[in-house]
Design a protein around this ligand. Sequence first.
Ligand code: ZN
Ligand code: ZN
Ligand code: ZN
Length: 145
Amino acid sequence: MSPAYKTPEQHDRWHKRTCARCGRHGWFTARRPAGHVCRTCHDKALRVRGQCPACGDERVLPGRRPDDGIVICPDCAGFMMSYRCSRCGHEGKLHGGRLCTRCALADRLNDLLDDGTGRSAPPSDPCQGAAPRCIDPPNTEGSRP
Ligand SMILES: [Zn+2]
Ligand SMILES: [Zn+2]
Ligand SMILES: [Zn+2]
């Protein structure tokens, strides 16, 4: 369901913000304590990894300390949302269903292999369409030359 917009201006007012990182006015992806951030800055920030200088944890460092601009982890930056994959716990950019790139990719692969039952298709049955002997193998032991 998409909300009804009366005017394009209203649409912009709801969805566009000035990015707290790069200062551009446009679509925002996340809301941070420091302000809204655009997709570009959001994704770029999530590629930064290392030891958080505030808590010492080895994590993604998408936050910034307001005082000195040093990159810090989401917890220390007070982010409302977590960047941990809901499946494997890997921290980073999340895709649909709050999955990390690796899990999202694995799901995509499963979808491609899906045989329609919701499970991954088993390796193709060598007996399918083959001669009946495949199902009921004749006793050929010892009868071969
Ligand atoms: Zn930006
Ligand atoms: Zn931290
Ligand atoms: Zn994952």
